[in-house]
Ligand binder design. Structure first.
Ligand SMILES: CC(C)(COP(=O)(O)OP(=O)(O)OC[C@H]1O[C@@H](n2cnc3c(N)ncnc32)[C@H](O)[C@@H]1OP(=O)(O)O)[C@@H](O)C(=O)NCCC(=O)NCCS
Length: 169
């Protein structure tokens, strides 16, 4: 019998290639048919190992959920970027590789990121999701998020709606 260790830990520089790979697969799967293909490929291309390595080295908060030696998913987070919203923290991205979705790992990553934000002195937080990303919207609602703002984002010639969920203290 073998035991697989599931862990959540801060990303290290040597994680950059595997993290880029997890990001690419998760984004391509989540946004295929939603974000125009050429725009999606541009977004993915920008986030190679060098981008992740630089983010890790400058101290960005990036939590990895590891399943044995594999990176199942990641969350990155920090200060809320939208100053018009009265929440101190923000989860910028939370993504799992498709084969690790639906197993409770998203919740575990969210809880770990939220806990770290509290330790950083940010007890409230916000997360943005594309309105048409039904999985993300269902997930954040299931986690108790409250829809508090709406906005749009342009991807090439397509404009998509997005919604902000918040958790206060
Ligand atoms: C969205 C995502 C992070 C959720 O992670 P996950 O591990 O699949 O979700 P979990 O298994 O932890 O589920 C946690 C809760 O959310 C609910 N949930 C998950 N996916 C859902 C969906 N598609 N619709 C409705 N509820 C959902 C679960 O039922 C569960 O609720 P419960 O604890 O009350 O039973 C993951 O599916 C993912 O990475 N998707 C692609 C990337 C993405 O869209 N990221 C968000 C970008 S903003």
């Amino acid at each position: 019998m073998s035991t697989v260790v599931i862990d959540i830990r801060r990303a290290r520089s040597d994680d950059a290639p595997a993290l880029a790979d997890a990001h690419d697969e998760a984004w391509r799967t989540a946004y295929r048919g939603l974000i125009p293909g050429t725009e999606l490929e541009k977004l993915v291309a920008r986030r190679g190992p060098a981008w992740w390595d630089a983010a890790i080295r400058r101290g960005s908060r990036i939590a990895l959920l590891t399943f044995g030696d594999a990176i199942a998913g990641y969350a990155n987070y920090g200060r809320n970027r939208a100053k018009s919203l009265p929440y101190g923290g923000e989860i910028y991205e939370l993504y799992l590789r498709p084969e690790y979705q639906g197993l409770g790992f998203g919740r575990r990553l969210f809880v770990a990121a939220k806990r770290d934000l509290v330790q950083m002195g940010q007890p409230s937080l916000v997360v943005w999701a594309l309105t048409d990303n039904e999985a993300a919207v269902g997930f954040y609602r299931a986690l108790g998020g409250r829809a508090v703002a709406r906005s749009t984002e342009r991807f090439g010639d397509k404009v998509l709606d997005k919604v902000a969920f918040s958790w206060a203290r």
